[in-house]
Ligand binder design. Sequence first.
Ligand code: PGA
Ligand code: ZN
Length: 423
Amino acid sequence: MVITVRELHAVEVLDSRARPTLAVTLAADGGLRARAGVPAGASTGSREAVERRDGDPARYAGQGVLGAVAAVNGEIFDALAGRAFASLAELDALLVELDGTVDKSRLGANAVVGVSMAAARAFAASRGVPLWSYFGGSLGTPRLPVPHFNVVNGGVHAPNELEFQEFMLAPLGAPSATEAVRAGAEVYAVLRKLLLARGLSAGLGDEGGFAPEIARPEEVLELLVEAITAAGYRAGREGVAIAMDPASSEFYRDGGYHVAGESLSTDDMIDRYEEMVDRFGVWLLEDGLAESDWEGWERLTARLGERVELVGDDIFCTNPAIITDAISRKVANASLIKVNQIGTVSETLDAMRVCRQAGYGQFVSHRSGETDDDFIADLAVGTGCGHMKSGAPARGERVAKYNRLIEIEDATDLPYGLGDAAS
Ligand code: PGA
Ligand code: ZN
């Protein structure tokens, strides 16, 4: 169905970290109205599409987005208004052309992505189908993804001494997404009790996970295994497995990885990961090495790529060209997928297609700064990518995505689990 855009309106609102972001509304012929909330990252890759921030120190310490808002309400609206678009790809191509830069820095990736997300919803509405179904078929067969709950936060997402950014629970063995959410919530509750019993803080980081005063990653992994077991689940792939995103670019300096007071070479770091995989059954490792350490990534992939899903986030930036490069160099075996990292929904789908054709997994993700928008749940379901991360099973902006999975599951008979899309 063709959509003809009649109204486009952005407003500066707050994200989950009390920083400004955009809420975008798009109206099209036929009474179609769609809305989108724009997420924002903190541990960003250097080749990400660029967010436009005002830099005016008198407002939100320079973080305001009034320029991006003005771009949506002015230049982008003028370009779209009254035009009929036959597909989202066509509309997104116009946004890319209008911006004219390689990194969307002129209009702002935050402006562009909000319009693209709202437009995707308008196209779904024009067909009278839910958003997940609109994505269905273009890539893989729709399925409910395995939610990955980030229950311990460190790195730039928390003010503790833990360098590793994310420790996730992955209920691979759950019979359904709904039961996976229950497992995540139950283990999260037990973990809270374990932390308090040890006299550690149960305060939360940016993604709703606990941010205890622990430095060594192995100590966190021990706690997670204990919490999984104490909650009545099996630790490992048959039950609740563990995934990690150290976001290691953040602690890579002067050729070394700085972890809990030690400086590790790339090969030391790989050895350390192998031990963690052997001891704790870590099934997925994201950004294990830094975005500049491509030779290291080649060795990491050769060593662990058969046993572990190795996800590139900062190193790939959801960029089809970078992922194509990585595939030819046998770097990683999966890509993180963040819509705002590349800037349009269509380019995000391109990145997922490139992954799929090469047998690389696609791990759909929220950002550390979020809104109540549940877009990524539909994206993960519709593309059949098998897994998704949206932080802890706590805090409204994180839970919105998990609750959306439960609602989709309730309304359909789609299968649950990794399927064959994840490596
Ligand atoms: P970010 O972190 O949203 O702060 O970039 C998420 C991640 O590294 O996966
Ligand atoms: Zn990451």
